[in-house]
Structures are given as structure tokens and as C-alpha cells.
Design a protein around this ligand. Structure first.
Ligand SMILES: [Fe+2]
Length: 516
């Protein structure tokens, strides 16, 4: 998500085999990747030197001699010479190695670990992050934000797998002066631009990576209803060209993966089936200024408290705005995905059900339109369902360009007080974009503004604020997760692998969810 102007008003690391290969020109300069990992299968990826047949060798050792098997695929110009090859018949809980060949050309050797059997009590470790843009400023060759140090640290964790949750490119970069990439071909160049950084290639090559999109694979705050089917088609095509994923028109990018007895991971597609945002057609938009209402779901007392900064908050939201936000016919997931997810998560026998979430489900109150809170009826229905029917649910999220740990509530400021769900959400990031704090501080022209927001609204407990356990708005970061029989632990870490810290020096403590 990128905030519109009004909202804004308010290390060197050890690198993997791919980067080692990058020291000399490689015929496979974008490296390799493995995704959609199960206990017995994977989908491996590369970009071939030229169109034509490609083979992949998979084996139990890095020299590709033990239990070797060969699978075949074909690179085509229509997919920018990217290749995805399914590999099945693997042994669970096992590290596998793979390498592509085309003629005499060989790729770097990649690796992934298959999931343990559902009965296995294995401890599982993974990391997640999102929001990564390697775009240089016009006239520069150096990435504007950073060189993906966060991805390098995730690779260095030697996890069982990792998750890249969305905004894996910026089709409409926040770097000034860069035109948007709206076609499949233009988006290809964005993926290649990010893959030019060795740390991303290392992350993809060193172990399995589940890839997922958010809005910027399409365009900012994307819905098909507002931005059009052509942008959706281009975004789907380019993403599935460059990420080893399976996409189906009926269920989009919704998938789930089981990792032993204690973990099932659900990835929700929040872009393919959503209705238009509540702002579509001018609802929730100030008719005079053309600017969306900043906090339509906040109680008037809270709006009044911020009206010195934003005078429009002294008045109620535009007529019809709250009715549109709360319209029970509006959907974020689409009815088919909602039904598939709720039935699967309720039936899951895993101790922990981790929901990889493109946009926050905590109610943040500021500009809710692109997030779950902008589809309030479906959000409430889902939270009531999960709270009543499913134990061990955790939401892991990116998108906000900030690190925010909080309880997911039905309504923090409702007349009957906070409506707890017992569910925690951890928002992490970004990898490489403008941070939330810099966005806010730049437009307010006051570097103290982010700290003020965190200390006066995000951190204080209800009814004063949101009661977040962690609210760090200016640190590139990822979430490192460990799942055991007894607990799920998330540690927010920065690009050097250190705990994420508040401006006062206090670190975000590990988030621990005990088994129910
Ligand atoms: Fe983003």
C-alpha cells in the first residue's frame, strides 16, 4: 500500500551459491528458486539463456550424484525464457539440491528442504518479509533504498523455508521520476531489476521460498474493479513467470502448505477477488477537496483529538461512507476463497495455523480502505469465525512498511469496549521501500511526527490507543518464526539480524503464542 498525500500529512553478509556464481558472468544471471514446497514435491524455477529445452537435475547432494533424477521443461519467449518444472516423488523432511542445464550452460546449484510429514513433531523455522524495490533513482545505478540486507539476513538464518509476502516488485515505484510498469513486459524488467541484487538470489537459491503478491505487482491499492482486468492479467502473468507459484483462475493465489504436526501455512489472495474500495465512485471522499476521509471508522472523540492536525476530522465522515465500508455484500477474499479458507483452517489438525496476510487485519483506523478494515463486515465475520472455531491462529503480515505487533480486535473503541479475538498479528518490514516513518515525517515536515503517532496512539492501551506491543516505524526488518509443539515465537529482526528497537532503545520482545 502507498499512502495518499493526506495520510502522509498526518552489512555485509555471507551469500549463497547464487551470489558466488554472480562474481563471474552466469548464463543464468537471475539464478534459481524453489517454491510450492510440500512433503514430496516442489516447483523449481530459472530463467534460461535462450528459448528451447531445459532440464533440471535434482539430487540429495550438492554435486548432484545421489538419488539423481532429471525433469524436462521448455523456455519460451512468451514467458521471458522463465521456466517452472514440477518435481514430485521426493522424500519428506529432506534437503534436496537442483541445477538447470541448457546445452552446455549450467545454472547455480539451488537447494530446498521438503516439509516433514503431517505426523512429524519437528520444530520448523521460517522467516517472512515483503515490500522490496531495487529501483535506482533516474541517472543512478545504485538502488534508491538499500541492497536488500533484510533478504540477506533471512537467507543467513538457514531456515526450513521463507515467505515473500507481497510487493515483491513495485510496478509503480515510490522512487521519484520513474514511470509505472503496467504491461507484462514492463513488469518483467522490474523482476529482473530486483533479481540483480545478490541477496535476493541467495534467498531464492538457498532454501524453499513461498512467493505471494500484494498490490504493487499490479498497481497501488489494486482491485480489478477499479484498475481493470488488463492490469490484473499483466500482473498475474509476470508474477507467475518470475515466481515458482501455482495460480488458478478459480482460487487465485490462495494456497496452504502443511509443515509437520504443528504448522499449516495459509496464503490468502487479497487482490484477485476483492470488490472496489469504499472510496470508489467518490464515497468516503470529501467533495470539495477530493481527498478520502482519514479515519472514517474512528469514533468522533478520536477524530476530534486529531482535528488540530487535520481539520476535516472535526466533522463526521461523508454521508454513506460508513454504510459502504460496513456493507455486508462487499468482499475482500471473494466468496469461494472465503469458503475454502474457513473450511480448511477449521479442519486443520496443525497446532498452529499461520495466515500469511497481504494487508493488516488489526484495525489501525487511518485510511482503512485498502485493508481488511475497509471491508468491515467480512472482517468481522471472519474474526468471529476464527475466534469461535479455530485455535492457534496467527496472522503474519507485511504491506505497512512498519513493524506492528498487536491483538486483533473486533472493535477497539466500541461502546462495549475492546472486542478481543485472542488472535495476534505481527506486521513486519519493509525490505526496501520508503518506511512508514519517513512517509509520515516527510509530509508533516516534522521528523518527530512518527514517534508522536506511536507514543500517543499506537502504544497506549485502550481506550487511549491501540495497545500495540511493538510499533517501530522506521526499520527495515523481517519476522523470524519458530514453531514447536508448545509455542510459536516470532522475532522481529533488522537487516543486521538484531532485534527491532523502539526509538527509546527498548527492543520488540519476541512474540510468543502458546499452543491452545
Ligand atoms: Fe508495499
Amino acid at each position: 500500500m502507498r499512502r495518499p498525500p493526506l495520510f502522509l500529512a498526518l552489512v555485509c553478509l555471507p551469500l549463497g551459491p547464487a551470489s558466488a556464481a554472480a562474481a563471474t558472468p552466469s548464463p543464468f544471471p537471475q539464478g534459481v528458486a524453489a517454491g510450492e514446497i510440500t512433503a514430496r514435491s516442489a516447483l523449481v524455477w530459472t530463467r534460461a539463456p535462450r528459448p528451447g529445452p531445459v532440464t533440471v537435475e535434482v539430487a540429495l547432494d550438492r554435486r548432484l550424484t545421489t538419488a539423481r533424477r532429471v525433469r524436462r521443461g521448455r523456455a519460451t519467449g512468451a514467458a521471458d525464457r522463465t521456466v517452472r518444472i514440477a518435481v514430485a516423488g521426493l522424500t519428506p523432511a529432506t534437503r534436496w539440491f537442483y541445477r538447470f542445464r541448457q546445452g552446455r550452460a549450467t545454472s547455480p546449484v539451488g537447494s530446498f528442504r521438503t516439509a516433514p510429514r503431517p505426523s512429524s513433531p519437528a520444530t520448523v523455522r521460517f522467516a517472512f518479509a515483503g515490500d522490496a524495490d531495487a529501483q535506482p533513482a533516474p541517472g543512478s545505478t545504485e538502488p534508491f533504498y538499500n541492497r536488500f540486507e533484510v533478504y540477506g539476513r533471512m537467507a543467513a538464518e538457514r531456515n526450513d523455508f521463507n515467505v515473500s509476502i507481497g510487493d515483491t516488485i513495485y510496478s509503480d515505484s515510490e522512487v521519484p521520476g520513474v514511470p509505472p510498469a503496467l504491461t507484462r513486459r514492463a513488469k518483467w524488467s522490474k523482476y529482473r531489476q530486483n533479481l540483480a541484487l545478490p541477496r535476493l538470489r541467495a534467498l531464492r537459491a538457498d532454501t524453499g521460498l513461498y512467493s505471494h503478491w500484494d498490490d504493487h505487482e499490479f498497481v497501488n491499492d489494486f482491485s480489478r474493479a477499479e484498475s481493470g482486468a488488463a492490469v490484473h492479467r499483466a500482473g498475474v502473468a509476470a508474477f507467475t513467470d518470475y515466481a515458482p507459484v501455482r495460480y488458478r483462475s478459480a482460487t487465485g493465489l490462495y494456497r496452504r502448505f502443511r509443515w509437520g504436526r504443528h504448522l499449516e501455512v495459509f496464503l490468502l489472495d487479497q487482490r484477485s477477488f476483492r470488490d472496489a474500495k469504499a472510496t470508489a465512485g467518490g464515497t468516503c471522499v470529501d467533495a470539495t477537496t477530493g481527498i478520502p476521509d482519514l479515519a472514517p471508522t474512528a469514533p468522533q472523540t478520536a477524530r476530534n483529538a486529531f482535528s488540530a492536525l487535520v481539520p476535516a476530522l472535526a466533522a463526521p465522515p461523508p454521508p454513506g461512507c460508513l454504510d459502504r465500508i460496513r456493507d455486508p455484500s462487499r468482499t475482500l477474499l471473494g466468496r469461494r476463497q472465503y469458503a475454502a479458507f474457513t473450511s480448511a483452517v477449521a479442519a486443520s489438525s496443525a497446532t498452529f495455523k499461520v495466515v500469511m496476510n497481504e494487508t493488516p487485519i488489526q484495525e489501525l483506523y487511518a485510511l482503512p480502505y485498502d485493508r481488511w478494515a475497509g471491508y468491515a463486515a467480512e472482517r468481522e465475520r471472519l474474526l468471529r469465525f476464527l475466534s469461535a472455531r479455530v485455535r492457534g491462529v496467527v496472522f503474519l503480515t507485511t504491506d505497512t512498511h512498519a513493524n506492528l505487533v498487536g491483538e486483533v480486535r473486533l472493535d477497539t473503541f466500541g461502546p462495549s469496549g475492546p472486542g478481543p479475538t485472542g488472535i495476534t498479528e505481527v506486521v513486519a518490514g519493509p525490505v526496501a521501500t520508503m518506511t512508514f516513518a519517513r512517509e509520515l515525517g516527510a509530509v508533516l515536515n516534522d521528523p518527530r511526527a512518527p514517534d508522536l503517532l506511536a507514543s500517543t496512539f499506537f502504544r497506549p492501551p485502550p481506550p487511549r490507543g491501540l495497545g500495540m506491543r511493538c510499533a517501530v516505524l522506521d526499520t527495515y526488518a523481517y519476522g523470524q518464526v519458530e514453531v514447536t509443539a508448545r509455542r510459536l515465537t516470532v522475532r522481529l529482526k533488522d537487516g543486521a539480524g538484531r532485534p527491532v528497537r523502539h526509538p527509546d532503545g527498548s527492543s520488540c520482545k519476541p512474540v510468543v503464542v502458546e499452543a491452545g
